[in-house]
Structures are given as C-alpha cells and as structure tokens.
Design a protein around this ligand. Structure first.
Ligand code: PEP
Ligand code: CA
Length: 435
C-alpha cells in the first residue's frame, strides 16, 4: 500500500447556493496533496419519500461551528485509509451515517469530491473514472422554458414546461435548438409587452395563467426558429402534481380551480391529444398510482411518463412502479441517492426494468457542474438541469461542450434509447470504474 494513496482529511465549509441559501461544500485531501471538491444543494419541491430521507442541506446561520465539528469527525473516519474504488468510499459514508450530519445532498457531494480527486490523481476526466457506457454518447437536453409551481410562487400550476430536441443530430445542435426556443419565447413575450424574469430554476417566469396559452406560446416559439413542434422538438412537462393535490382534488390555480381526479385526468388527456408532449413527469400525486397507470396505458407508445416524487430514485420503488405499469421513465436525482454508487444502482435498475432513466438536477444548484459527466458515464439518455439561463445551469452544458473536445465527437445517444422503439428500450449495462 502506498502512502500517497491514502486520504488525509475532509474539510467542510458553508457557502451559498444559486438561490442564496447556505449549503455545505467539501474538500477531500489525499496524502499526496491532491484535492477533490464538490457541492450539491437540494430542491424546493420535496415529495413524501424524499421527506423521509435525512435533510441537512440547508445550513442554519449558526451552522458554521457544526461544519468545523463535522470536518474533524469526518477526518477521523477516513484518515490514513486507502480506497481502491468509488463504491468502497461510498460504503464508508453509509456505514458511518454521514447523511445524519450533512443530508443526502451533502453525501453525494462528498462522493463526488472523492471521484473528482481520484480522476485528478489519474489525469482523467471524471466520466472516464466513473463508468463506461461505451461508446460514450451525450444525453438529450431537457430544458425548462416556462417555470411555475413552487418555483414561481405558485402563480402558474405547472412546475416546468420544457423542450426536448428529439430531432437534433448532435449534442451541439440540440443545445442550440434549446437556446433558440428559449430566446424566441422571451422575444414573443417582450413583443406582447411582458417583462420577462426567470424563476429559481432558470425558466421564464410565466406571464399567463392559462396552461394551454403557455403551450401555444412555446410551440409558436419553436416554429419561429424554423423547427417543427412534434418531430424536431417536443414539449416535456414536470407537473409536480404532488404539490397540486389538495383534499382528493387537484388545484390548478385560481384560473382553473379545484378539479376532481376524473376531470383532472381528462384535462391531462386533452393536453396529450392537443399538444406535442413527449415527456410527462409526475402527472399525478404518488398516492394516485392507479390514475398514472390508466394514463400510461393510453399513451405508452407515444410518450414517456416519468416518475420523480413517487420514487425518489429508490431501486425498490423503481422495480415496483415498473412492474405495476405506472411509469415508463424514471428521474434519478443524485441528491436523492446520496452517492454516485447509489446513482449507478438506480440507473441500472431503471434500465433492467425497461424504464428510461433521466438524470435530474435540483431547483437549487451550485457551481458544481459534473452532471454531464454522470450522464455520459452511466449512459443516461436525458439530462434535466433547468432553464437556459443562469451560470448555475449553463455551466453544465458548457462542461458538455468542453467534453466534446475530450471525446472527439458530439454524438447523442440513439434516439430509441430516449423515446423507445415500440415500447421497448434498448437493453443497457452500466459498467463502472471504466479506466
Ligand atoms: C424537480 O422537481 O424535478 C425539480 C428539479 O425541482 P426540485 O429540485 O424543487 O424538487
Ligand atoms: Ca419533479
């Protein structure tokens, strides 16, 4: 065993996330002086399963002392230990219950700091030490155009109206199309006399109360830039319906009011028939699995219904919702998982259950922009990171543009991995510790 392979310390400090909340960031130092850094923040909408997980990602103003105490305790746990791979380090985080101190997002930051340090020591980009979804291909971007729900003070019911450029041929073209649609949407609103602001997640603050009017707006913006809504670019919604459910009804803002489950089901069905929606996240609250199953049965060949809140990236739940036919896609959030090993487990479980895995950031982000590495490493076909504004969002895409140089290509995953061919996904094996 060589001394310079050993870890020497963990340093935690408190910094601000993109929304101005205090969050912990971490540095892990090896005996040879290599330092790995990372910082993750949690989200605003927290579903029932996530609520049960250890929090701790928002530090109270008196939390600075706790970080000093944590650094010394954490250093004692790892000092002079050598870890041969990511899963061994992640196993230690779990055994010592690090999440009780710093929550799931703190743990994934520690896991990532370890991976980044290990990559640095080996002179390799992060995606290469994490996994081998060979041939490495870029994920399709899922970019928020209009933000709403809890991310926009509840003035508009739908949390995110996004676009996915399913017809793009390269990652660069895909990003350019998203950018153009984002700008064209803003320009339309400016022409209509609206002041255009952005939500916490970088989507355009919704100026309308009508969901349909917002769908029309985004579809018109897609046409404005010479693209076809439906074949080039599809709409993608995160309804975050857990936030809408109120005493057995769904509340869609004052404009629509409270709807009984059946009327709400019919409203969603009309949206799916009338607009080019390719992806639909959390259309119902977690307790309405039967309604989700009925909706999926209607549109299984034409769209992906993606589970976020009802699953919270937990492998057992992924298997369950797949077996029940409730969803055909899963959002995997590293901040739900608590380590990169757990992310890898979740994505493999999704592939094994024939569910398309999408990788998801949070409404609160930091300077950490490693999501594109995670997507490449584990073969995620879709990456959701918020709107096309704000450096905390754009930095992920910019990192992808840098990786085009490292990879020597800008090829996207095969579109059938994203939308399926028939209702079957290509089978996929996530291979870890690539190089
Ligand atoms: C989401 O719901 O997918 C999301 C990004 O929002 P939050 O981080 O607030 O959960
Ligand atoms: Ca969501």
């Amino acid at each position: 065993m060589s001394d310079d392979l050993k870890l020497s310390k963990i340093t935690a400090r408190v910094v601000f996330d993109g929304g101005g909340n205090l969050v912990p960031e971490f540095e892990i130092t090896w005996s040879d002086g290599t330092v790995g850094w990372s910082c993750f923040a949690g989200g605003i909408t927290v579903g029932p399963i996530e609520k049960r997980k250890p929090g701790g990602d928002v530090i109270p103003p008196d939390g600075l002392g706790a970080m000093t105490e944590f650094s010394s305790w954490a250093t004692d746990c790892i000092q002079n230990l050598e870890f041969n791979d990511q899963s061994a380090f992640d196993g230690l985080l779990e055994r010592h219950n690090f999440s009780n101190w710093v929550g799931q997002s703190g743990c994934v930051a520690l896991s990532c700091a370890f991976a980044k340090g290990a990559a640095k020591r080996r002179g390799l980009p992060l995606y290469k030490v994490l996994g081998k979804a060979r041939p490495w291909r870029f994920p399709f971007p899922n970019v928020t155009i209009i933000g709403g729900g809890a991310h926009a003070g509840g003035v508009f019911p739908i949390q995110e109206i996004m676009v996915v450029p399913i017809g793009a041929e390269t990652f660069i073209e895909a990003l350019n199309w998203c950018k153009e649609v984002f700008v064209a949407t803003k320009m339309r609103l400016v022409r209509e006399g609206y002041f255009v602001g952005t939500t916490i997640e970088g989507g355009i603050w919704p100026p309308y109360r009508s969901v349909e009017q917002s769908f029309e707006l985004v579809c018109e913006a897609i046409s404005d830039v010479g693209l076809n809504a439906g074949t080039d670019v599809v709409l993608s919604l995160d309804v975050a319906a857990n936030e809408l459910r109120d005493a057995n009804k769904y509340y869609l803002g004052d404009f629509v009011g409270h709807l009984q489950s059946d009327s709400y089901f019919e409203l969603l069905s009309r949206w799916i028939s009338n607009y080019p929606i390719g992806f639909l996240e959390d259309p119902f609250a977690p307790q309405d699995g039967d309604l989700t199953r009925r909706l999926l049965a209607r549109c299984v060949d034409s769209m992906r219904i993606i589970a976020d809140d009802p699953v919270a990236s937990e492998p057992d739940r992924i298997i369950e919702v797949g077996a029940h036919g409730e969803f055909n896609g899963i959002l995997v959030k590293p901040t739900h998982c608590g380590s990169l090993t757990a992310v890898q487990r979740a994505v493999q479980t999704a592939f094994d259950s024939n569910l398309m895995p999408a990788l998801g950031g949070r409404s609160r982000e930091t300077e950490e922009h490693c999501m594109i590495h995670i997507a490449l490493a584990y073969g995620f076909p879709l990456l959701k990171i918020g709107g096309f504004s704000g450096v905390d969002r754009i930095s992920h895409w910019n990192e992808g543009l840098r990786l085009v140089e490292s990879l020597g290509h800008a090829e996207l995953v095969n579109v059938t991995a994203l939308i399926g061919s028939g209702s079957k996904l290509d089978s996929h094996k996530v291979v870890v510790n690539a190089e």
